[in-house]
Write a protein that binds this ligand. Structure first.
Ligand SMILES: [Zn+2]
Length: 794
């Protein structure tokens, strides 16, 4: 299923934000186990309902449940049924006189005790007005104009979420699977669309019964009905298992829109068959319903908002998401709500996968980069914290962690295993686990067995823990050899973003390149904080790139591009852009925005706060071929630069280091924009790391003074400065300033010029080394009256 809210938002600085669904619930609840599929097993449901007068918003009829038992001596049946009224119950054709029903659980005694191998048919006759979920998402809907009625099989807020029980008695969990006959009687002129195949139609004087049969087994939440003035848009998909009918049910005036909106449906099916194995269902089906907040993946009968079938491809990703559930969710179902990432994370991953097939590999990368950016920036805000995928709290079953972060972790597993093993494994998983439920650990163990790569450490870190790992190439050494083979040593570094433990058994793609663009790609394996490996190469690399092809969704957003011309180039989702001033030949540039704190080795500037959130890495080859100005974005945002920018008089600077093994140093820059957001611009881009830092205004004494006699204040602007400092004192008595270096040595004396109510002085450091200095104001009698820090920048 997918809740859809907004699609695309542009921020103040036109940074593309990948907005995802934001389902939120108010209460944390412990999952309630109502009935038990441990003792009972429903084999088949035969649902017979009248949904004739839609204005009454009610249903009536009966459901036959063919059941068996998993234990000997079963005497009682317990079924889920929510807020309907029971009319009568038969067990194997015999009417029973008593049952217990509390609006949630229906229980009754069997006529004869059941043993393993026995079956019984229980017929429950009932009626009532089926409910909606308290959140408004999920349940049974009757349109106000009495045109449509339909169900959505998940209640986003209810506990359990499973919503088969709102319209038929059932075992309503993710484990119990059954086949279905669904026979719905509707007013003539309407059509009832359900799962599977329309077997027959019985036309009466005023009403018509539509008889549907689903041959494959599904959990109850995937059973569906939609009633409306439908026509079928028909086609055939020739897939791996032969010809499969496609039937999309829409209003009669929407046929052309449906044809246009689903133009790529067969390509999407072919993509998923290639990636995940054959489509194993008897029909490909969608039904348009008057719902504007998403869609629900009822098996072979996806309920999709009519508004999304608008004749464009704008909602193709949503169609693909739901279709992918016919592998992840419907075919192999999560075994509990706390394993929901196996359904929804993989459906979100499939949103990128189908784009790879239909629109190309760059489309996949762009989509995944946008998703990862969104996850790193927004998911913890939406879900109210950082959560692990496995064992997600009940109120976050349909949250951004499960969907969006789940999608990025599936992508990382692809990078971890490599495409060949990854897709072979998924094909085998769908084949061997078809029509069953699996937990996160079941999936983990399957992968290890199937691929021969032990993924226990991957799951421990990426699935079972909150937060993010971060990988970087700390440094490399190509040695002094003049002839091949060259011995090249690479040092890796792991950092963490809201994650408790360092990950082990990491497999990080790295790329060696020289100035002739000779290239070798490999995987470096290491555990813990640091790792190192030595390689023998036929060329001497001048650059080593970390994850150049963005195969791992670690705490980075990267953008790599070959540039040929001068001009301004946006580097999307990296909070930076580059203005190429001069270029002699092509340059490959990789900009990495690192969503982790850099280490502060070598920070010796008093009063300087270095970012605890992020830094950038520039890697380009050949770096001598171009000259560029880089603009780094700063903004005083929550979880962004509000750790260093606290006050309008703070002084923002940028630091640089050639690589992770060297100390931070100051670089010249210009700042554009107001104090809360703008760009720090650095001329002559160099390979290495850049990080924002700020001097506290209290330390610098930069606060504006108020010209009140008796309260002496001194203002220094600009500060830091490389060329000139202007001093202003709110006192017009004669005075002078002495500049001292950091060890107290007198450097210069500045005479103050008196004006009305104030005095001013000006001083140039004239080639003094950059660093921290003290300016002290003296009265003419030699008594110090005010002291402040100044910074000479490079
Ligand atoms: Zn979904």
């Amino acid at each position: 299923m997918k809740k859809v809210s907004s699609l695309i938002i542009f921020s103040l600085f036109s940074l593309l934000i990948h907005a995802q669904s934001t389902p939120r619930c108010q209460h944390q609840m412990t999952p309630i186990k109502t009935t038990t599929s441990d003792t009972m097993d429903v084999l088949h449901y035969d649902i017979n309902l009248d949904i004739v007068y839609l204005s009454k918003k009610s249903i009536s009829g009966y459901t036959d449940l063919k059941m068996t038992t998993k234990h000997n001596g079963l005497t009682f049946v317990k079924l889920d049924l929510l807020k309907l009224s029971i009319d009568s119950i038969n067990v194997d054709g015999q009417s029973i006189s008593s049952w217990s029903y509390n609006d949630t659980i229906l229980s009754f005694a069997l006529v004869n005790a059941m043993n393993i191998g026995d079956t019984v048919i229980c017929s429950v006759y009932y009626h009532g007005m089926p409910i909606k979920d308290p959140s408004g998402w999920g349940g049974f809907y009757f349109s106000n104009d009495s045109t449509f009625a339909f169900n959505l099989g998940i209640g986003m807020q209810d506990n359990p979420h499973n919503y088969g029980r709102i319209w038929f008695p059932c075992i309503d969990d993710f484990v119990d699977r059954a086949t279905y006959d669904i026979n719905i009687r509707v007013k003539n002129g309407k059509l009832a669309v359900c799962n599977g195949t329309l077997e027959s139609t019985v036309i009466g004087t005023n009403s018509t019964e539509y008889r549907w049969k689903l041959h494959n087994d599904i959990p109850a939440y995937l059973a569906s009905v939609a009633v409306g003035p439908y026509v079928a848009v028909l086609d055939t998909f020739h897939g791996a298992n032969g010809a499969i009918p496609i039937a999309i049910y829409v209003k009669s005036n929407m046929v052309n829109q449906a044809l246009a909106s689903f133009a790529n449906l067969k390509q999407i099916l072919a993509a998923f068959e290639q990636y995940y194995g054959p489509y194993r269902w008897e029909r490909v089906g969608y039904v348009g319903v008057p719902f504007s907040s998403g869609a629900m993946e009822h098996a072979t009968n996806i309920a999709i908002g009519l508004g999304y079938i608008n004749g464009t491809l704008a909602y193709e990703t949503l169609f693909a998401h739901e279709l992918s559930h016919h592998w992840f969710g419907d075919l192999v179902t999560c075994s509990s709500a706390s394993d929901m990432w196996l359904n929804e994370g993989w459906a979100v991953f499939s949103e990128s996968m189908y784009q790879e097939m239909v629109y190309g590999k760059e489309a996949y990368k762009d989509n995944m980069r946008g998703l990862l950016y969104d996850v790193l920036k927004n998911t913890h805000g939406r879900d109210g914290g950082y959560y692990a995928l496995a064992g997600i709290p009940h109120n976050l079953t349909y949250g951004s962690t499960i969907y969006d972060k789940g999608g990025t972790v599936a992508h990382s597993l692809r990078g971890y295993l490599g495409d060949a093993k990854f897709f072979n494994m998924l094909n085998a998983y769908m084949s061997q686990k078809a029509f069953s439920s699996q937990s996160s650990t079941d999936f983990r163990d399957f992968i290890t067995t199937n691929t021969g790569i032990n993924v226990n450490d991957f799951f421990s870190s990426w699935v079972d823990e909150p937060g993010f790992v971060h990988f970087s190439v700390d440094s490399f050494y190509s040695g002094t050899g003049m002839n091949p083979p060259y011995s090249v040593q690479v040092w890796m570094r792991q950092r963490l973003n809201h994650k408790p433990n360092f990950a082990n058994s990491n497999r990080v793609p790295i790329t060696f390149m020289d100035n002739q663009w000779n290239r070798v790609d490999t995987i470096i394996e290491f555990s813990g904080v640091t790792g190192s490996q030595t390689y023998s190469l036929g060329f001497k690399p001048t650059a080593v790139f970390c994850d150049l092809d963005e195969r791992l969704a670690d705490a980075t957003t990267d953008y790599a591009k070959v540039i040929h011309n001068t001009g301004l180039i946006d580097l999307p989702l990296t909070f930076s852009k580059i203005d190429v001033k001069q270029i002699s030949d092509s340059v490959l540039i990789q900009m990495t925005h690192n969503w982790v704190a850099p280490d502060s080795i070598g920070i010796t500037y008093p009063g300087l706060r270095i970012s605890s959130r992020h830094y950038w890495t520039v890697n380009s080859i050949p770096s001598s071929n171009y000259d560029a100005r880089i603009s780094f974005h700063y903004y005083k945002g929550v979880d962004f630069d509000n750790d260093i920018i606290k006050n309008k008089d703070d002084s923002l600077v940028i630091l640089y280091r050639p690589h992770g093994a060297m100390a931070w140093q100051k670089v010249k820059f210009t700042k554009t924009g107001p104090w809360i957001a703008g760009y720090i611009e650095v001329d002559h881009a160099q390979n290495g790391d850049y990080v924002l830092a700020a001097y506290d205004y209290n330390y610098l004494g930069l606060h504006d003074y108020k010209n009140v006699r008796g309260k002496l204040k001194m203002k220094v602007k600009p500060n830091p400065s490389s060329s000139v400092f202007n001093f202003e004192v709110n006192d017009d008595r004669p005075a002078y300033i002495v500049i001292y270096d950091s060890v107290g040595k007198e450097i210069a004396k500045v005479e103050m010029v008196c004006q009305v109510d104030k005095s001013k002085g000006i001083w140039s450091p004239n080639g003094l080394p950059s660093g921290h200095y003290i300016a002290v104001l003296f009265s003419m009698d030699g008594s110090p009256s005010y002291k402040t820090s100044i910074i000479i920048s490079e």
